[in-house]
Structure formats: structure tokens, C-alpha cells
Write a protein that binds this ligand. Structure first.
Ligand code: SAM
Length: 487
């Protein structure tokens, strides 16, 4: 094949994730990492600008953001952190969206060398939930208070074909236990065909999430030596097929620790630029997972682990580069790391998570099965503890799923972000769904802290009429079994 040319609009993986462009970007970033004039101009560009109706943010190109990531001047790093927090507050307020993963099956035909579900691992028990078991898991998740799930499965066309995934989604949406329901199912399954993405869209999924693992083609091929996931182009072009299949909320991510983080960072942003250039809408979310210890996996065998400070810097630079994209952090990280990153732009966290197949039903909050687990969970607190901790630190835990259910996906979600209507829309939605949580699932201590927060936060809703409706709805939540109010 002739040398690929960098082209963000191309549909070919090696042209929109162009190795030469990434290398030039890294060299440019290294050469300019102490170029204060340039760094200041990039920081100025990244700052949120107030408009008549709200805020707008220019975002940064992969080259600009890479300069910030390379910069090692302590005051400038502090400024990056400050702007990251400003952007977070301007577009997402103090709300943090809550979710939990639901592992459906750990059958997998791939050979991913960092994942314990790889085909050659004969010591891990293989398990696939029956529909009865899916129902039991969903009831357990609803009883914790969850409304939003990310379903996870290995890739195995025989054991987990698309029909199985679709059946599970149908089961999940059909369970209404007490006042509970799952209102948004995000899907993290292997790259698939346009036809299958269309089926997922028809099944009513929220975001389609697929981690690239690494953007470095050669490493990618070595890390995925066997199975369908070995095909770098098929994996990297998956989001284009998903969008062709009608899914307009897609979630990107790399698994930090596999390759050099600066390379991954540039690749990730080039992928976001590509989606914007081709489909007119960037990624809905970016996840920042770090490699973890797991069954037969020792993260120390991989050379590219990153320390907490670098991890924080990466997250903050992502916040500056793609201000309208949500950032997700999972329970792979400790309470302390999550706490720090929440100030730097993270907008979604998981809570009370189990990464094993069938890890919720039948286990108490402090019991966790390890046999089919995908990786060690560092933050092992219950959802109630995570919710309370968030509120004690000034964040509003939100169980809202309104945007997707009102059709505000893709660029329509981005327009809401820019319109300045967040305080009249997302904010009351967060308070109403938090009230549902407090009423139906919270411990007395969490409930007390929560309602104090709700009362204070209601005052911040600018439109009187909206505030009055939100107050009425919260009163109805407290006094009756009426649920699922939304703007
Ligand atoms: N099988 C699907 C695929 O091929 O994309 C995705 C589901 S997998 C359950 C979800 C993600 O877990 C993977 O994309 C990978 O990034 C992450 N993962 C795998 N092994 C891990 C480990 N040891 N530590 C942390 N995350 C891991």
C-alpha cells in the first residue's frame, strides 16, 4: 500500500489516525513545551467565553492540546487545571451523571493480551447470563438506585451473537421493580457491522462505547494477536459504521498503560476530529480507563503505565480540547484519584460496580465475587456511599437520562450545551432524579444531606416557572409513587 496521507475526512483508519501526523505532533509539542507565548495563546483559546445566552468554547486541535500535555511548567499546568474546572462548570455545572456496568458474558474469542477474558485463559470460569439472570441483575441494580447501565460482553459470535445482546437489552428495559427502571442502556461490545449497529439503535440504546485500546497500529496488532479484534482498521473504523447505522452518541477511549500516553492522546483527539469532520458531531463521551490487575494479567508487565499526576493532566487536557464531550471515570480508580479528576472535567462516574458476570444479584454491598471478574475494582464503595461522598464534595449526583429520551442526542445535545439552558433543563432534571434516588434508595444519612442539597440547588434555577414545576415534581416524588419527571 502507498504511504497513507493524513486526512481527517477519510474513512480509512490509517488516513484519519495518521502515524506520521501523530509523530510530527509529538515533535512539535516537545519543541514547544516551554514556549510560553504559544502556551498562553492556546490557553486563551481554550477558555470558555461568555455569550448573551451562555458560554461557548473553541476547543483545541490535537496539536494545540499536545503542546499543553507536553508542557512541564508548573504554573501553566495549574492554569490548565483551572480552565478544565471552568469548562466543566460552564457546560456541566456541578452535576455528575451516575451509571453502573452490567457484564453479560465473558465468553470471548479474542486474544487481547491485557484482558483476562482472552481465549487462551482456561482458568477463568466462562459465564453468560440467562434472561432470568439478567432480570435478577437488573432488579439488584434498580434496588441500588441505578437508572443507567453500560452493558459489557466479550466478543464471541456463537455465545454472544447480536441477537443475544438485543434480547438482553429488551429484558433490561422491560424490568420495572418497585419504583425502579433502567432508562438508558449504553453498550460496550466489540466492533460490528452497520447492520448490527442499526439493530442496536432500533433496540433503543444510548451511547455505543468502544475503546480503541491503542491507536498505535503496530502495538495494536501485537496486543491483539488473534481473533477478529486483531483487525486494526475494522476496529478503528467502527464508530463510522455505528454512525452510519444511525447511532449518533458514540463513546471513545484508550486503555492507558498499553502504549505511550502522548501518542494515545494525539490519536484520541484525531479520532474526535475525524468524527466531527465526517459526521458533524464529535464523540458523546471519552473514557479514561487505566490498565488494572486481573485474573492472569499483571499490569507491571506492560511498560507504559502512567502515574496519577500524568493521568490528571491527560484528563484536564481532554477537557480543554473537547469541551462538549463528557468524560467518564470508572471504579478502576481509587476514591482519591476520582476525587481529583472530578475537579478537572469528569462528568460521569460509575458507582457500586461489579465487573464479574452475575456480580450483583444475591451479594450484599460488601461481598463481591471474583471468579469471572474482568479487573480489580479500586473504588469498592456502595452506590449510597459514592452518592453521599459526591454531595459532601459539592457535586450533584444525577440519574438523569432525559436528553436521550427526548431525542437530544448527537449535535442536538451539543446545541443544548451551548444554549445556556442547562440551568433550566439539566439542573432541574438532576435534582428531580436525585430526589427519586433519595426517596427510594438512600440511607437516612444520605437522604438528609441530599435533600438539603436539593433545596439549596433549586434556588439556582433561573426561570421561576421551571423552578416551580421542579418543586412540585419533587413534592410529588416525596408524597407518591409518581416518578420519571423530566424537562
Ligand atoms: N469486548 C469488547 C471489545 O472488544 O471492545 C468490550 C468489552 S470489555 C468488557 C471493556 C473494556 O475493558 C475493554 O475495551 C478494555 O479497554 C477494558 N479492559 C480489558 N482488560 C482490562 C484490564 N486488565 N484493566 C482495565 N481495563 C481492561
Amino acid at each position: 500500500m502507498a504511504n497513507p496521507i493524513y486526512n481527517p475526512k477519510s474513512l480509512k483508519a490509517e488516513e484519519f489516525i495518521h502515524d506520521g501526523e501523530i509523530r510530527e505532533t509529538l515533535a512539535y509539542a516537545e519543541a514547544n513545551k516551554r514556549n510560553v507565548e504559544l502556551i498562553d495563546s492556546i490557553l486563551d483559546k481554550a477558555r470558555p467565553q461568555k455569550t448573551e445566552t451562555g458560554y461557548v468554547c473553541a476547543g483545541l486541535s490535537h496539536r494545540e492540546a499536545s503542546v499543553l500535555l507536553a508542557c512541564d511548567i508548573p504554573e501553566k499546568i495549574q492554569e490548565i487545571y483551572k480552565i478544565a474546572e471552568e469548562i466543566k462548570l460552564a457546560f456541566y455545572g456541578n452535576r455528575i451523571v451516575m451509571f453502573a456496568p452490567l457484564y453479560l458474558s465473558n465468553y470471548c474469542v479474542n486474544g487481547c493480551v491485557y484482558c483476562p477474558y482472552h481465549l487462551k485463559n482456561k482458568q477463568i470460569p466462562r459465564k453468560k447470563l440467562t434472561q432470568e439472570e439478567v432480570r435478577a441483575e437488573v432488579i439488584a441494580l434498580q434496588d441500588m438506585g441505578h437508572k443507567r447501565l453500560a452493558i459489557e460482553a466479550g466478543e464471541d459470535p456463537k455465545n454472544n451473537p447480536i441477537e443475544y445482546i438485543l434480547e438482553c437489552i429488551k429484558t433490561i428495559y422491560s424490568v420495572h421493580h418497585k419504583n425502579g427502571d433502567i432508562r438508558r442502556v449504553n453498550v460496550n461490545i466489540a466492533a460490528t457491522t452497520v447492520e448490527n449497529y442499526r439493530k442496536l439503535k432500533e433496540a433503543g440504546i444510548g451511547t455505543y462505547i468502544l475503546f480503541q485500546e491503542t491507536y498505535h497500529k503496530e502495538s495494536y496488532e501485537q496486543l491483539h494477536p488473534t481473533g477478529p479484534k486483531h483487525d486494526y482498521a475494522y476496529h478503528t473504523e467502527a464508530m463510522d459504521r455505528a454512525m452510519e447505522g444511525g447511532i449518533d452518541d458514540v463513546g471513545l477511549g484508550v486503555l492507558f498503560g498499553l502504549e505511550l500516553y502522548k501518542y494515545e492522546f494525539a490519536g484520541l483527539l484525531m479520532h474526535a476530529e475525524h468524527l466531527e469532520a465526517v459526521h458533524g458531531v464529535g464523540p458523546h463521551t471519552i473514557s479514561v480507563p487505566r490498565l488494572k490487575r486481573a485474573d492472569d494479567i499483571d499490569p507491571d508487565q506492560f511498560d507504559n503505565g502512567i502515574d496519577d499526576e500524568t493521568f490528571a493532566k491527560i484528563t484536564a487536557c481532554i477537557r480543554l480540547a473537547v469541551p462538549y464531550t463528557g468524560i467518564i471515570i470508572s471504579t478502576r480508580e481509587t476514591e482519591a484519584t476520582r476525587s481529583k479528576l472530578l475537579r478537572l472535567g469528569v462528568s460521569q462516574v460509575s458507582g457500586g460496580s461489579r465487573t464479574s458476570v452475575g456480580g450483583y444479584a444475591g451479594y450484599s454491598a460488601d461481598e463481591r465475587p471474583h471468579d469471572t471478574e474482568q479487573f480489580d475494582v479500586s473504588d469498592q464503595r456502595s452506590l449510597d456511599e459514592v452518592v453521599r461522598w459526591l454531595m459532601e464534595n459539592g457535586h450533584i449526583p444525577s440519574f438523569c437520562t432525559a436528553c436521550y429520551r427526548e431525542g437530544r442526542t448527537g449535535d442536538r445535545f451539543m446545541s443544548l450545551c451551548k444554549s445556556g439552558q442547562i440551568l433550566n433543563c439539566c439542573h432541574p432534571n438532576a435534582l428531580m432524579t436525585l430526589s427519586e434516588y433519595l426517596e427510594d434508595y438512600a440511607s437516612p444519612e444520605t437522604k438528609e444531606i441530599g435533600y438539603k442539597m436539593v433545596e439549596e440547588e433549586l434556588k439556582r434555577i433561573p426561570k421561576e416557572k421551571v423552578r416551580a414545576i421542579a418543586e412540585d415534581n419533587i413534592a410529588a416524588i416525596k408524597a407518591s409513587t409518581r416518578r420519571d419527571f423530566r424537562f
